[in-house]
Design a protein around this ligand. Structure first.
Ligand code: HEC
Length: 154
């Protein structure tokens, strides 16, 4: 997965300058523009043609994506507050709030697709396919949250 903010690290920053100096027309689009573009591109219809063999395979894929792309910030149990996020001074919200505004699949997929200007990556413009966005959203709603809340659900 490519994250543009990585260019802030000195070595890659230097690389950008070198590329720049060579006259190439390369500039990472800024975060707010990427968020705005992803918000404009988002539609529930993007997900209409996605078919899963079973809910099991959907959440299995989602689990792998969560481990790869989300866990370092959101934590194993979705509560945030990881070393990774603390080091970067990111305020990562818990995904296991009881009355969560994103307990709706479509709202959650949109949030993951569009990202946020202040830390949450934009996944809809290349980081994840819509199928992967769907899988990880289903994993959060159908496995992660019920696991954390136990049999009572939430
Ligand atoms: C680099 C750290 C980071 C990574 C990686 C990351 N997030 Fe986030 N996430 C954040 C931050 C920070 C916020 C709060 C919004 C903001 O300020 O950007 C957030 C917000 C969210 C929200 C909104 C929660 C709410 O209650 O408002 C959801 C849902 C979410 N992330 C899901 C995911 C998923 C799913 C992945 C993996 C595909 C992921 N995030 C990867 C940092 C991250």
């Amino acid at each position: 997965m490519t994250e543009w903010r990585r260019v802030r690290c000195p070595v890659q920053g230097l690389l950008v300058l070198v590329v720049w100096g060579c006259g190439h027309d390369f500039e990472p689009p800024d975060r707010s523009r990427r968020v705005a573009n992803a918000a404009a591109a988002y539609s529930t219809e993007l997900f209409d043609s996605i078919a899963w063999e079973s809910q099991e395979s959907r959440v299995r894929d989602g689990n792998a994506i969560y481990a790869e792309d989300c866990r370092r910030c959101h934590g194993q149990l979705g509560r945030g507050d990881t070393d990774y996020s603390r080091e970067r001074r990111l305020e990562v919200p818990s995904l296991v709030e009881v009355d969560w505004r994103l307990s709706d699949l479509d709202a959650l997929r949109r949030e993951i697709y569009v990202g946020h200007e202040t830390g949450m990556p934009v996944f809809g413009d290349g980081g994840l396919t819509t199928r992967q966005v769907d899988a990880v959203a289903a994993y959060i709603l159908d496995v992660l949250r019920p696991d954390v809340f136990g049999a009572e659900g939430a």
